[in-house]
Write a protein that binds this ligand. Sequence first.
Ligand SMILES: Nc1ncnc2c1ncn2[C@@H]1O[C@H](COP(=O)(O)OP(=O)(O)OP(=O)(O)O)[C@@H](O)[C@H]1O
Length: 280
Amino acid sequence: MAATDLNSDPGIQRPAPEPPKPEAKITVRNVAKVFASGNRLTSALTETNLTVRDGEFVVIVGPSGCGKTTLLRILAGLESPSSGEVKIAASDQNRPLHSMVFQERSIFPWMSVIDNVAYGLKIRGVDRRTALAKAEEFIGKVGLAKFARAYPHELSGGMKQRVSIARAFANDPEVLLMDEPFAALDEQTKLLMQEELLRIWDENKKTVVYVTHSLQEAVLLGDRIIVFSAHPGRIKAEVTVDFPRPRSHKLATTPEFSKLTSDLWELLKDEVIKASRIES
Ligand SMILES: Nc1ncnc2c1ncn2[C@@H]1O[C@H](COP(=O)(O)OP(=O)(O)OP(=O)(O)O)[C@@H](O)[C@H]1O
């Protein structure tokens, strides 16, 4: 049979082109981590395999001590894996591979807000004017424009955490690593910050790996949720979150949201029980 040239016959319907597959931004292959302290060995992670697509918001949940922070620290290059490998695909040599936002405030108390936010850019050799302009842009996005020249001691806890987030986004890293960034905030501030993060993320579509204990937060923020087993951690399940974006807290009032949160809890419950036995 002769091959048909689809381009030459206007009567023939061409199959819809496949959407391009987003490339893998983060690849975690067979990663294990054992900590040695004195003559005691602690296995924190076993056989961890994970691929995060470019622009994907991945949330990790799991019981206390299952290795979530360890995985994030390995991704940030702060720990090395005992075995296996981690790769972050760089799109631009001038961009940092990652920025990390921690639970505890990690801004410099002796620097003004704007200098804190511009810090990473200046370290990378971005000229002062460009760095300050970029910093101002993100300070505005997190609602701190009036406080750009203030010092951390003049800010509330939530405002300091906004500075950390502005700094992380202003750095324009290949991936953003967030370790329970809102855990220390009061409930109302946390709700505000979650919506701000959603809004900034919608504008930037950064690749994010986000650790949380809150299942509601995981469902609200994530494209995909990775459920870890109890210590030593390994991936037990993955849940895709299909809710359309932009999202807000209104989503949390829907039955679909409640159902997904409760399904997630069913997946996690046994692991939390196992972890509580390990700890006691
Ligand atoms: N530097 C270290 N030295 C020795 N053991 C460590 C070290 N860091 C972590 N661990 C151990 O590795 C395991 C995983 O710790 P990790 O902090 O990654 O867990 P986690 O899931 O983030 O916990 P949580 O949810 O409570 O923050 C724990 O048993 C912990 O005690």
